[in-house]
Design a protein around this ligand. Structure first.
Ligand SMILES: Nc1ncnc2c1ncn2[C@@H]1O[C@H](COP(=O)(O)OP(=O)(O)OP(=O)(O)O)[C@@H](O)[C@H]1O
Length: 495
């Protein structure tokens, strides 16, 4: 565990006197001797906003900023409007016009990231974290561009291939002029094309296994990387990925890079480890205390049904019938299973009942995974049966309902799973079947329900309210290669 203390004092931003200068800059002394000044100062329109307005924004959105290096977190005023963004000559901000304003996590982390600080950003699912780290990444690339890149300057690591592709798509969409310089690499497909693309890549979005592979065989040199993002950071730091991440970051020492971690859940178990990857990070939390239980997005209505395991399939068919039949356009429903074989069995059952269904899990090849996800995105299939490979980060338009047929291994995964609905300000519904087998997680689930002001069924309370210590080292496991009623023997991850 890291020696560095990661217990910063929590501060609410203080009031700023009118005479105070808004300009700020942070210096990044690079090991190769270059001293790079990352200058950032508030736009004049932002400086002109009365402090009371800033304070009410921070209070309304329950924003906490913890900066161990400065008692005065107010030196970074949140960017309340896109007009407050630092000047950028190319059309980086053009696509933002489709949004009314930055989301709270964007408002609060952008100034810190533009100023070169290491940041941990914790905010609910579907709250725009991708652009939170993505826009400063593109801006940094644009600002630093003196010649064509020969080596990547930024690396964004994501736990799944589909999420990596989604982040890549967003970066390409927003950084249109930088298109050729963003590359996505992930496992399950050939390496040659990826090697070619890497030759002109300034930003690399990757899953850890393939990145490590290409690094080990000399296809990619990460020695010039100065912006590192771990998306779904708690997932990236758990036992399944920890060593890969350590290996990947070796050529880019912490002193020389800006390190950024974003997630919706931030369990204590990963915090000390996270600190070893960062230099005096500022922790930004939207909507609550990071030391509390994982927080679900409060616009999602959560229903928990305590059932007998044998009732699950019948109940699933009932729920799908209600959401799919008799509607001109059936609702999109995402159904989560824990096991690959379970997912396959449920998919067949649902298909035989005549529903428009697709599946996504680790036993499919990569083109099937992409194709099935795409069919669901486009609405050609309105039911997607998934394992936890689809639990994190995926931004699928208009998912109205998430059904958990089998409870995940951790309550954090539950929060991410249900977060596939209720995105970008929309409402959503999550229905979870909970059986006696899951009772070890009842305490954690009850706390998640209570924190989001949801009903807690009596039947669930019967299983107990104690929160057990995390049971799985491989927190957020994706798949188990076993049948439902056998003990897990092998857990595999994306590469
Ligand atoms: N400022 C904004 N205003 C409105 N919508 C936005 C804004 N920024 C991003 N979005 C949209 O919000 C949706 C969710 O964003 P994103 O996928 O980045 O969420 P997230 O916080 O990373 O979620 P998760 O925790 O599930 O990974 C996307 O469709 C994105 O285009």
């Amino acid at each position: 565990m890291g020696k560095r203390s990661h217990e910063p004092t929590e501060q609410r931003p203080k009031k700023k006197s009118k005479s105070e200068k808004p300009a700020k800059a942070s210096k990044d002394k690079q090991e190769n001797g270059d001293e790079k000044t990352l200058s950032y100062s508030d736009a004049s329109a932002l400086s002109a906003i009365p402090q009371s307005e800033i304070d009410s924004f921070l209070t309304k959105n329950v924003i906490k900023i913890s900066d161990p290096s400065s008692p005065d977190a107010s030196q970074f005023r949140p960017i309340l409007s896109f007009d407050h963004l630092p000047k950028c000559d190319v059309g980086l901000y053009t696509q933002l016009k489709s949004f009314p304003a930055p989301t709270p996590i964007q408002s609060t982390t952008w100034p810190l990231l533009f100023a070169g600080r290491d940041v941990i950003g914790i905010a609910e699912t579907g709250s725009g974290k991708t652009l939170g780290f993505g826009l400063p990444c593109l801006k940094k690339l644009i600002d630093s561009k003196s010649s064509k890149p020969s080596q990547p300057k930024a690396v964004i690591i994501s736990p799944t291939r589909e999420l990596a592709m989604q982040i890549y798509d967003q970066l390409v969409k927003f950084g249109q002029n930088e298109k050729t310089q963003v590359t996505c690499i992930y496992g399950g497909v050939g390496k040659d094309e990826q090697r070619r693309a890497l030759q002109k890549a300034a930003i690399v979005v990757a899953t850890p296994g393939r990145l490590k592979d290409l690094q080990s065989d000399g296809s990619i040199d990460l020695g010039k990387v100065n912006y590192l993002v771990l998306d779904e950071a708690d997932r990236m730091l758990d036992k399944g990925f920890e060593q890969d991440i350590k290996d990947i970051v070796k050529p880019m020492p912490v002193s020389r890079r800006q390190t950024v971690m974003f997630t919706a859940t931030w369990p204590r178990s990963v915090r000390d480890l996270a600190a070893t990857f960062m230099k005096t990070p500022v922790t930004v939390t939207i909507g609550g205390d990071p030391s509390a239980d994982p927080r679900a997005n409060t616009r999602i209505k959560q229903v928990v049904e305590v059932v007998d395991g044998r009732e699950k399939e019948g109940r699933l068919v009932q729920l799908l019938t209600k959401s799919q039949r008799g509607h001109q356009s059936p609702e999109k429903v995402l159904v989560f299973c824990l096991y690959k074989k379970e997912a396959m069995r449920i998919e067949n059952l649902i298909r035989n009942k005549g529903f428009a269904v697709a599946g996504i899990h680790g036993d499919l090849n990569q083109s099937e995974r992409f194709r099935n996800l795409d069919a669901f995105k486009k609405g050609n299939a309105t039911v997607l049966i998934a394992t936890d490979v689809a639990a994190r980060g995926l931004d699928i338009p208009n998912v109205k309902l998430v059904i958990n047929v089998t409870f995940p291994l951790t309550v954090e995964d539950y929060v991410h799973r249900i977060g596939r609905t209720g995105r970008a300000g929309a409402d959503g519904l999550a229905i979870t079947m909970f059986t006696e087998n899951d009772k070890g997680l009842s305490g954690g689930l009850i706390n998640v329900l209570k924190a989001a002001k949801q009903d807690v069924p009596e039947d669930l309370l019967k299983f107990g309210t104690t929160v057990k210590k995390k049971q799985h080292d491989v927190y957020g496991a994706f798949y188990k290669d076993v049948d439902m009623d056998k003990t897990a023997t092998k857990i595999t991850f994306d590469d």
